[in-house]
Design a protein around this ligand. Structure first.
Ligand SMILES: [Zn+2]
Length: 244
C-alpha cells in the first residue's frame, strides 16, 4: 500500500519516502505526493532522486493499492530512500482546472438540472460533457459562463473531508454524482465541496479557494447528439470590473 499524500495535502510539492520496490525504471514508495491520474485529471510529472542519483518521473499509475512511478532512466537497486519533487506548474494548473470543472458542474446542475457525464483537464484547457436535453444555444452557454465566473469570483472555500460510506449514500448532493458507483470495499468516501456550489465524491487535487481558479472562458461548445452537450474552456486571470 502506498500512502497517498496528495489526498490530504494537494499543495505538497516535495517529499521524502522509502523505496518499497525498485524494478529498473519503475519505483514504488511507501508514500507519494505524485497523483496517479484518474477522474479526468492527468498523472503528475516531476523528479525522483537522492544525492547524485536523479531521474524524471514521466508517468504515474495505480496498481492495486500501490502507486507506480515510471522513470525515464533506471535508478541503482541499492537506493533505499528517494526525494520527490513535482513539476508544480503543471500540477497547479490541473488543480485550477479541476476546481473549475466542479464549479461548472454545480452551476449547470443548480440552474439547468443537467448532470455531468464526463470531463477531462489538461494544463491549458479542459472540457466537460453533460446530459442536457434542450437546444444548446450560445445564449445558454454564455449564461453558464457568467454564472460560473460569478461563483468563482466570490472566493468560496474548497473543503476536502471524508464521510462514512452510508452517510455519503444518503446525501442528495452526492447521489446525483452517482456516489453509489464507489466500490463497496471503500468504507470512507473522500468529499470535495465548493461551499454553496458543488459537492462530489472525488479523489483528485483541488485549489483551496475558488479565487485561485481565476475566470473561465468558454472557447467552444457543441452538441454531440440529442442529450449529450459539450463545453471547452480555458482559464484566464480574472479582470476586475471597473464599473461600480
Ligand atoms: Zn473531480
Amino acid at each position: 500500500m502506498t500512502e497517498e499524500l496528495f489526498l490530504e495535502d494537494a499543495y505538497l510539492k516535495e517529499f521524502e519516502a522509502r523505496v518499497v520496490r525498485l524494478d529498473g525504471r519503475e519505483v514504488v514508495l511507501d508514500k507519494t505526493g505524485f497523483y496517479p491520474g484518474g477522474g479526468g485529471q492527468p498523472a503528475d510529472k516531476g523528479i525522483l532522486g537522492i544525492g547524485p542519483v536523479s531521474a524524471n518521473v514521466v508517468d504515474v499509475r495505480r496498481e492495486g493499492g500501490s502507486i507506480v512511478h515510471v522513470l525515464d532512466a533506471a535508478i541503482p537497486g541499492t537506493v533505499q530512500r528517494l526525494k520527490g519533487k513535482l513539476e508544480w506548474g503543471r500540477r497547479y494548473a490541473h488543480m485550477r482546472y479541476h476546481t473549475a470543472l466542479h464549479a461548472l458542474s454545480g452551476v449547470i446542475w443548480r440552474n439547468f438540472g443537467a448532470r455531468v457525464t464526463g470531463g477531462q483537464m489538461r494544463e491549458e484547457r479542459a472540457r466537460m460533457d453533460f446530459s442536457f436535453p434542450e437546444e444548446w444555444t450560445s445564449d445558454i452557454v454564455e449564461e453558464i459562463e457568467r454564472l460560473t465566473n460569478k461563483a468563482l469570483a466570490e472566493g468560496r472555500r474548497v473543503r476536502v473531508y471524508w464521510l462514512p460510506r452510508e452517510e455519503a449514500l444518503e446525501n442528495p448532493d452526492l447521489v446525483r454524482t452517482q456516489v453509489n458507483l464507489v466500490p463497496e470495499r471503500v468504507k470512507a468516501v473522500r468529499i470535495v465541496e465548493i461551499e454553496g456550489i458543488d459537492t462530489q465524491a472525488d479523489g483528485g487535487a483541488h485549489v483551496a479557494n475558488t479565487q485561485e481558479v481565476g475566470a473561465l472562458k468558454i472557447t467552444n461548445h457543441k452538441s454531440k447528439g440529442r442529450q449529450n452537450k459539450r463545453v471547452e474552456f480555458v482559464l484566464v486571470q480574472r479582470v476586475e470590473s471597473t464599473v461600480a
